[in-house]
Ligand binder design. Structure first.
Ligand code: CAA
Length: 385
């Protein structure tokens, strides 16, 4: 359902590639991965071979050098097939990669972007902590300078693919003089799992997105060379929030993919399911549900693509990225709920895919900033503007 978008030849080719990849490598396995909470590490290499892990990385660093719009078109396809693969692709392309591109030194970009683009290394983003979620600046993990190195201690939480990541962009307090210096005393470090003191902690047992592994990362006297610090040691929080603008567009698109998949299943079922002597789609009550689903999905996609285009023109899109995430994720929750209703009792069982979509949709209203935090960002911008 891309009917309103006019795709270029390149974009059409990317969408077709994504669909073929999903039909062969994702859709047949998604339900089993969900049941087993299994993260398939071979996906990283497969997505890397397609260029889907370096979509916005310049060709000089082995990426595809594409724009945000084209990246999001691919992400919608992948997320419609399995939102767990979608979040892997979104976090990798939006957060660590964008932080390195925007704030990394030439040497850091040369060392890390190629392996990320080729899918040799998976990227992760470590901002939250067990006691610092929405209030991310309340983090306690601490970096202390020791000669040329930094020594990091603390626990980061809710890290997507953290146990499989080869490169983690970790935000850690660099100024201990005042814990409420908040945003001002935080650095961003390029952390790799070979560093002594890097430990993978608790793995979360989640309601949805079960094939995406979510873990804690523990830094236990982890010695990080000085050249792994990104940019200014006091600006890591600003870098992270800036990169989250890209991340939130990604999660909005992941939600869009989930909603589209639920709508497609509901539409097909409405055509085939017979009750009272006719297909249930013949009843206006069901038609109205499909109409509202299609309208909200197209509205979400239009907002996302208008925001992506503005971003690619170099415009500031912070509050629009938040609007995309707020609207698309609430759309995904609403559409998946309606899809289950169209399926009736069957929708409530694991025999049909809509209950998984419903479970997967829920987290999109929570991570990379809850719906409430998106409203804070939008509300603050409204009062400023
Ligand atoms: N771009 C650049 N700078 C920004 C910015 C942006 N989008 N947003 C804020 N800043 C700057 C501000 O200008 C400010 O700097 P100055 O003081 O120099 O002006 C600084 O960053 C701090 O900003 P705030 O004062 O607004 O900070 P705050 O403590 O009030 O927090 C918040 C604001 C919006 C609540 C923010 O903390 C937030 O977004 N919280 C949610 C955190 C979040 O999204 N976490 C998701 C983690 S990732 C994840 O989910 C895991 C995964 O793997 C999927």
């Amino acid at each position: 359902m891309n009917s309103l978008l006019h795709l270029s030849e390149t974009q059409r080719a990317i969408v077709d590639t994504a669909r073929e990849f999903c039909a062969a490598e994702v859709t047949p396995y998604a339900a089993q991965w969900d049941r087993d909470a299994h993260f398939d590490p071979t996906l990283t290499h497969k997505l890397g071979e397609l260029g889907f892990l370096g979509m916005m990385i310049p060709e000089a660093h082995d990426g595809l050098g594409l724009d945000t719009t084209t990246y999001l078109l691919a992400l919608e396809e992948i997320s419609a097939a399995d939102a767990s693969v979608g979040v892997l692709m979104s976090v990798h392309n939006s957060l660590p990669t964008q932080m390195l591109l925007k704030y990394g030194s030439e040497a850091q970009r040369r060392e890390f972007l190629g392996p990320l683009a080729r899918g040799e290394k998976l990227g992760a983003f470590a901002l939250s902590e067990p006691d610092a979620g929405s209030d991310a600046a309340a983090m306690r993990a601490q970096a202390v300078r020791d000669g040329d190195d930094w020594v990091l201690n603390g626990t980061k939480a809710w890290i997507s693919a953290g146990g499989h990541a080869g490169v983690v962009l970790a935000m850690v307090r660099t100024d201990s003089s005042d814990a409420r210096k908040g945003a001002k005393g935080i650095g961003a470090f390029i952390v790799t799992p070979d560093l002594p003191g890097f430990k993978v902690g608790k793995k979360e047992n989640k309601m949805g997105l079960r094939a995406s592994e979510t873990v804690q990362l523990v830094f236990d006297n982890m010695r990080v060379p000085g050249d792994r610090l990104l940019g200014d040691p006091t600006q890591g929080f600003v870098y992270a929030l800036q990169s989250l603008e890209s991340g939130r567009l990604g999660i909005a698109t992941q939600a869009l993919g989930i909603a589209r998949a639920a709508y497609d299943h509901a539409r097909a079922y409405a055509r085939e399911r017979q009750q009272f002597g006719q297909a249930i789609g013949e009843f206006q009550g069901v038609q109205f549900k499909l109409a509202d689903m299609a309208t909200r999905i197209n509205a979400a996609r239009s907002l996302i693509h208008a925001t992506a285009a503005a971003k690619d023109r170099g415009e500031a899109v912070g509050e629009y990225a938040s609007m995309c995430k707020l609207f698309a994720t609430e759309t995904a929750m609403w559409v998946t709920t309606q899809a289950i209703q169209v399926f009736g009792g069957y929708g409530y069982t694991t025999d049909y895919p809509v209950e998984k979509l419903f479970r997967d949709a829920k987290v999109t209203e929570i991570y990379e900033g809850t719906s409430e935090i998106q409203r804070v960002v939008i509300g603050r911008a409204a009062l400023k503007g």
